[in-house]
Unconditional design. Structure first.
Length: 409
């Protein structure tokens, strides 16, 4: 018996940008990679215009695991059927690219012969898996140089020196969990400031040009110019695997909490320039869903040999490595009688469509819209039509999208 925390589900992965099978066909009419919806009682395909819509249906996608173009098998939606009256949830989520977190440390001053430090707490899936909620932090400590000969009591250093020291200290860390870069605190020009190129505010600078600012400031104490430090988190690398991904992490991006510690006193500010976004719809994530679904589908619960401890090569993946997928998700209850009792099993089917396959995406959306009409759900084909097909685009679920285009029905 399953429950909502661990429901039985199926993943149907399409390919070839084929429209769903037209109404009136049978399951053998499916092309490889094509999806279709069928009347569970007659096994005849249905379409968006089918009327009346059958009470019980199922979905199937054509399969040829040898890579050929001839239909050899099908993969069907979770459960013996989908009872339309039992559909509970319907959603659409386009592929969205991930992006790192970016934090700026800026507006700091510096003194000679003084310790300065930046402390960074790192949070990602791997760290939490290894040590739970115990903080994982690193501190980067540097010391500015001694003061040059000057008036009694003079101990002011050029903040650009601190920029160079901290950037080198952070980038010298062997773990490479964050990238430090110098940025222009104000607009800079080659003619005035002696840099190799002109820089707009917040533009990334070379450390050689930061050194050029130190030279400029020494000669122009009345118009001194400074730099800041930009910190960009480094994501986990998606693991390559054969059959079973022992190092799978659903969330790859790393969250960073940055604090300025020793030396800064009342100067310096930490500003979040970009919040991280976790990727959704990557081939690694879809493949992992297929891995879990295979336990109650074709592979069974045993995927590793008792003798060798290695995968038995019995999982048949439809996901294409390196592809990006949009997803429709249907959740539903299946009611059945056994003896004197009535059972209600929660099930779900995930439809994964390559992001560029607009014909499949829009056709399947229109078909599911027609299946759920009258059940209180908003149509989602129009939501899907607003999604971007560029793999590098970040698509927020809220904010820039209106409620009627957010992918939730």
């Amino acid at each position: 018996m399953s429950n909502r925390n661990n429901d039985v589900f199926q993943v149907l992965v399409t390919k070839g940008n084929l429209a769903p099978l037209a109404a009136g066909g049978n399951i053998s009419a499916l092309a490889v990679g094509q999806i279709g919806a069928f009347d569970a009682n007659t096994n005849v395909s249905i379409g968006a215009a089918t009327s009346p819509m059958p009470r019980d249906i199922y979905f199937a996608v054509g399969v040829n695991h040898a890579g050929g173009a001839t239909l050899a098998d099908v993969r069907q939606s979770a459960g013996q059927m989908i009872q339309r009256k039992g559909i509970l949830n319907y959603s659409f989520r386009p592929h969205t690219a991930g992006r790192p977190m970016i934090v700026e440390v800026g507006d700091y001053l510096a003194q000679c012969d003084t310790d300065y430090g930046i402390k960074i707490e790192f949070r990602n899936s791997k760290i939490q898996r290894m040590q739970g909620t115990v903080q994982f932090t690193k501190s980067y400590i540097v010391r500015t140089g001694c003061c040059d000969a000057c008036a009694e009591g003079c101990n002011t250093a050029d903040p650009n020196e601190l920029t160079i020291l901290l950037v080198n200290a952070i980038n010298g860390d062997d773990d490479k969990m964050v990238i430090a870069e110098a940025t222009a605190r104000t607009a800079l020009t080659t003619l005035t400031h002696g840099t190799s190129v002109n820089y707009a505010i917040d533009a990334v600078m070379t450390l050689a040009d930061v050194q050029a600012l130190i030279t400029y400031n020494a000669a122009n104490p009345a118009t001194m110019v400074y730099s800041n430090i930009k910190l960009t988190s480094v994501p986990l690398t998606a693991a390559k695997f054969c059959q079973v991904n022992l190092h799978f992490h659903r969330f790859l991006q790393t969250h960073i909490e940055v604090s300025i510690i020793d030396g800064f006193n009342c100067s310096g500010a930490v500003t979040v320039l970009q919040e991280l976004v976790q990727e959704e719809g990557s081939s690694v994530n879809i493949k992992q869903k297929e891995y879990h679904a295979s336990a109650w589908d074709h592979a069974g619960p045993y995927v590793v040999s008792d003798t060798t401890g290695t995968p038995m090569d019995n999982i048949l993946y439809l996901t294409v490595d390196g592809q990006f997928y949009d997803q429709y998700i249907l959740e539903y209850d299946q009611k059945s009688m056994s003896g004197w009792l009535e059972y209600e099993n929660p099930l779900s089917t995930i439809f994964a469509i390559p992001e560029a396959d607009i014909a499949t995406r829009d056709g399947l959306g229109a078909l599911i819209d027609a299946i759920v009409v009258g059940l209180g759900f908003e149509a989602l084909a129009d939501d899907a039509a607003t999604s971007n097909v560029t793999a590098t685009v970040v698509e927020p679920a809220t904010g820039s999208k209106a409620i009627d285009k957010d992918g939730l029905a």
